[in-house]
Each structure stands twice: as structure tokens, then as C-alpha cells.
Design a protein around this ligand. Structure first.
Ligand code: FE2
Length: 358
């Protein structure tokens, strides 16, 4: 295992294998490694049009489920179009993230330093400290459901979570809009796997999520020379993640079929959907939790530009049990509580005392 974060620049995922909660045979460097990595220029992550689900009636839902399920089973990633989210909302959100990081001091941000609450480490992560295993060139901020005024809680105070309460409403609009996509995606996945499409409807009504603001500042010469990446290679721990397409390139997806990396830069306005560990676990490895990372932009003139992303990780609440879906046999995994599963895996990023064993 890497002894300190600088070692993490050269680390392999296999150094951290003992933390995994699902089978992962892939072996890769956490950051782009010019000597070892190969790139897959041919593979195209499929685009799935959600209008088929929303307006195509029963037949449309069947077609969408098939398209989405095939894409996810093959590579664990899909691009969603026709999802109905206004691109302007994403543009406003990106501008608001830039404003948040430009107008607050580090000292102000550190008052919200991330702490585990339930399964998720929530709050602010300073640059190079998003994990203990690699000096990621990103600052991040994770907001879970409780950080939004969504459930009519009269004691809700935006200032408990946000450096200024005025930030909350716009990002609330983003998460509420994305919330509308959760059941269509989950129902389609379940339909594809020949399960009752509504099996997770109740679990996912007002479910928990981790909405993350990632601010990757312009890359200094020193950081360019250090060999660090913008975000280490990882698999998401959730059911699935919704990531509005970003304007600065760098996202790479690992193709297990040929051990090459795919550079994924879909059209602005689309949403990248990817599978996480919860989903791989309940689908008995049918849908893979696929490795991805953020590298420096390919074009040198983009190094001086910040990169901003707003992924939303969809979870079940911590007391839920993750159990292999009916009919997927032979069953490879024991039922496990979401909190034990989640914190056991993420203790690789935050230290072994992060794990909750219940
Ligand atoms: Fe991720």
C-alpha cells in the first residue's frame, strides 16, 4: 500500500484491493501513466435517448431499457440525451461553483471540512486532500440530501451546510431535477434484468444522494511536473452517478475488455451515467462498477483553465440491505447493510477507522 500520498502518484488499484466490496479484476494505475497506459480510440460509449422512456409509451420504455441495459452491461457507462434538463441550468450551476470557490477564503471553506455522517463523508475537501491515497488536483464539496431544503423540514438552515445560504436554491434545483431521473433509470435497469421494474421505487423515493462540487483549478507548472492527476482512478461506490457533461476534457473510462482507457467527452447538455459498487453488488456483477479517472486536459492551452463538474451519486439510505436481485443466480454475494458496504470500501480513501461495522 502507498505509504503517503506522493507514493499514490505511482500506485496501482491492486494496492487497495482488500477494501473492495465487489469483484474487480481490472488492474490499473491510479493516474495516467505514459509508460504503461494504452488508449482506446474506437470504443464509443452509447447515447441513450430518454424521450423514449418519457414519451414512447410502454413500447418506448422497453426500447429504452434495452438500450440502456446493454450499454451499462457492456461498459458500465452510458450517455443520456433527451433527459429534459435545461442546459442553462448546468451553465448557471457551473458559474455558481466558480463563484463559490472564487469568493470564499480557504479558512471559510475549512469551517465545513468533511466529516462522516451516515455512510458519506460530507462537507469540504481541500486540494490534494480529497483522499489519503493520492494528491488529487481538485477541491471538492459533498452535499447530501440534508443540505437541501427539499423535505419541508422547518428546522432546515442552509447556513449549516453552505458558506452562504444563497447558494442552496440553485443547486437544489439541479438535484431536484436529477431526482426525476432516478426512477426512470432504475426501473429501466430492473426491466432489462427481467426483475419487477418497481422493486426499488419505495427505497428510492426521497433517497439519499451525494451531490459533489468539483473545482479543479488551473494546473501550475509544478503540479504539471509532479505527475499527479486531477482525480485518481476509482469506481463509484453508489448505485449510479449522474454527471452533466463537462466543458474541459479529461474524463477517462477503463475498458476491461482490452485494458485500454477511453477518453469520454460527450456533447454539452448530455448527462454521463455510470454504474457504482452498490449496483454491481445487487446485480451480481451483471452491471460493472467501471473505473474512471480525471486526467489533465490533452490540449496544453486548457491547462490554464479550471475544470468544474457537478456529479450526483445516488445511494440507498444506510439502513437498507444490499441484496442480489431476484432471479440473478448463482448468487455471489451475501446481503449486507448499505452503511457497512459503503464505509468498508471508502475507508481506503479516509482511513481504516472510517469503516462502520454494522
Ligand atoms: Fe467517480
Amino acid at each position: 500500500m502507498a505509504k503517503n500520498k506522493e507514493d499514490g502518484i505511482h500506485a496501482l488499484n491492486k494496492d487497495f484491493e482488500k477494501f473492495e466490496g465487489v469483484k474487480k479484476e481490472q488492474a490499473y494505475h491510479l493516474v495516467e501513466n505514459k509508460d504503461h497506459d494504452q488508449f482506446d480510440e474506437d470504443f464509443e460509449v452509447k447515447t441513450c435517448d430518454m424521450r423514449e422512456f418519457f414519451t414512447g409509451g410502454e413500447e418506448g420504455r422497453i426500447v429504452f431499457a434495452q438500450n440502456l441495459g446493454q450499454a451499462l452491461e457492456e461498459i458500465g457507462f452510458a450517455v443520456l440525451s433527451g433527459h429534459g434538463v435545461d442546459t442553462n441550468l448546468y451553465n448557471q450551476a457551473e458559474a455558481k461553483v466558480a463563484e463559490l470557490f472564487a469568493t470564499t477564503t480557504l479558512e471559510e471553506r475549512m469551517k465545513f471540512r468533511a466529516e462522516r455522517q451516515g455512510s458519506v463523508n460530507q462537507g469540504y475537501f481541500p486540494i490534494k486532500e480529497t483522499t489519503i491515497i493520492h494528491p488529487d488536483l481538485v477541491e471538492g464539496w459533498v452535499f447530501c440530501r440534508r443540505a437541501f431544503d427539499m423535505d419541508g423540514n422547518e428546522n432546515f438552515k442552509a447556513n449549516d451546510y453552505w458558506p452562504e445560504g444563497e447558494y442552496e436554491p440553485l443547486f437544489r434545483e439541479v438535484v431536484k431535477t436529477h431526482e426525476q431521473l432516478i426512477l426512470p433509470i432504475m426501473q429501466s435497469v430492473l426491466r432489462y434484468l427481467k426483475c419487477d421494474p418497481h422493486l426499488y421505487d419505495e427505497k428510492l423515493a426521497a433517497t439519499n444522494f451525494g451531490f459533489r462540487l468539483n473545482y479543479y483549478p488551473a494546473i501550475s507548472q509544478q503540479d504539471n511536473d509532479s505527475g499527479a492527476g486531477r482525480m485518481l482512478g476509482h469506481e463509484d461506490v453508489d448505485l449510479f452517478t449522474l454527471l452533466p457533461a463537462q466543458s474541459v476534457d479529461g474524463l477517462q473510462v477503463y475498458n476491461r475488455a482490452n485494458n485500454k482507457w477511453i477518453r469520454l467527452n460527450p456533447e454539452p447538455g448530455t448527462i454521463i451515467l455510470n454504474i457504482g459498487d452498490y449496483m454491481q453488488r445487487i446485480t451480481n456483477d451483471r452491471l460493472p462498477s467501471t473505473t474512471h479517472r480525471v486526467s489533465k486536459p490533452q490540449q496544453k492551452n486548457m491547462l490554464g483553465k479550471p475544470r468544474i463538474t457537478i456529479p450526483m451519486a445516488i445511494y440507498v439510505w444506510e439502513e437498507e440491505i444490499l441484496e442480489v436481485l431476484p432471479g440473478l443466480t448463482p448468487v455471489k454475494y451475501e446481503p449486507i447493510s448499505a452503511i457497512k458496504f459503503h464505509t468498508g470500501i471508502t475507508s481506503k480513501y479516509y482511513g481504516e477507522d472510517y469503516a462502520v461495522n454494522k
